[in-house]
Design a protein around this ligand. Structure first.
Ligand code: UDP
Ligand code: MG
Length: 312
């Protein structure tokens, strides 16, 4: 039985060694073959050298070096394409995904689950803003998207090899991994854990990056934001019609001259704004269609290191 850990790393010189030692020292993993597949996402620090050194030391370490930074989503996908364990576990290098949980996942998997999700018990460690926005996002996503994503579950999960085979079939360039990983379905179980803080280094996901990730998630799995405009348009038209009838009746019955300049202006500005938002949302989707039609590869591999593996 071979478990492959898929570990995207981007400028992680301070955490790599620690991660490696923790995995190898974990008592609950001693009976299994645990392969570590680092995907070096175009790091500019010592990450590549440290990974290479680990691959020399340990035959069950493989390193895929990207030609530049392609983002965590692409790195994860590359890991899934290269990995060939009986089960794969995408995991962060900063030890925020506890190593001791892997054995529990494996146990559930051996009992018949195809996917075992690791769910955060609480978000108490996060800032209130992050907690609130995450909650809002999951609610919104699950209300409007075709694919349900489990709240407070990141990419950390165990995937059976047949699940990974299904994910590899997906041709999309714009990867929202959380959605893609859930999209395939299969028998899914959940275990809960408390998420510790990062061991070293800094988070690479600031607010702006998270916002863009959220946009990717919604546009990848829902067309509700597009359809919404039909209803908004219908609502506004209906209102305008009723209002026009009212104005005519008022004029005929009482002949009042309407003093309407400021209200006219605000109505024009309001509708102009609404239309621009509509076009903007349309643009989000059109832009994504454009990107998608180019069929560019999701990542470019510069070099693969590891004694057990040759580049494909
Ligand atoms: N990561 C990556 N490419 C990037 C950004 C991050 O491969 O462009 C990796 C990073 O090295 C880490 C994982 O993704 O292993 C999670 O990143 P981080 O801990 O910064 O995110 P957070 O835990 O704050 O969501
Ligand atoms: Mg982290």
């Amino acid at each position: 039985m071979n478990i492959t850990l898929i570990v995207p790393v981007y400028n992680e010189q301070d955490t790599l060694e620690h991660f490696y030692r923790t995995v190898r020292a974990e008592p609950s993993l001693q009976g299994m073959t645990v392969e570590i597949l680092f995907v070096n996402d175009g790091s500019s620090d010592e990450t590549e050298a440290i990974c290479a050194e680990l691959a020399l030391r340990d035959e069950w370490v493989t390193v895929i070096n990207f030609s530049r930074n392609f983002g965590k989503e692409s790195a994860l996908f590359a890991g899934l394409e290269y990995a060939d364990g009986d089960a794969m576990v995408p995991i962060d290098v900063d030890l925020q995904d506890p190593i001791e949980l892997i054995a529990q996942m494996v146990e559930r998997w051996q009992q018949g689950a195809d996917v075992v999700l690791a769910k955060r018990r609480s978000r108490d460690a996060d800032t209130p803003l992050k907690r609130w926005s995450a909650r809002l996002y999951y609610r919104l996503h699950n209300r409007i998207a075709s694919t349900h994503i489990e709240e407070n579950v990141g990419d950390f999960r165990l995937l059976d090899r047949k699940v990974v085979a299904a994910i590899r079939q997906l041709p999309e360039q714009q990867l929202f991994m959380k959605g893609v990983l859930s999209w395939v379905g299969f028998r899914t179980e959940i275990i809960e854990y408390d998420r510790p803080p990062r061991v070293a280094g800094e988070s690479k996901f600031g607010l702006w990056r998270l916002w863009n990730l959220a946009l990717d998630g919604i546009t990848s799995f829902s067309t509700v934001p597009l359809r919404l405009w039909t209803y908004i348009g219908a609502g506004v038209s209906l209102f305008a019609l009723v209002f026009a009838v009212y104005l005519i009746v008022q004029k005929v019955l009482w002949g009042i001259d309407l003093p309407g300049y400021p209200s006219l202006l605000s109505a024009i500005l309001f509708l102009g704004g609404v239309q621009l938002i509509g076009i903007g949302i349309l643009g989000e989707y059109v832009g994504r269609i454009y990107q998608e039609t180019k069929h560019r590869p999701r990542y470019v591999v510069r070099k693969v290191l590891g004694r057990r593996r040759q580049p494909r």
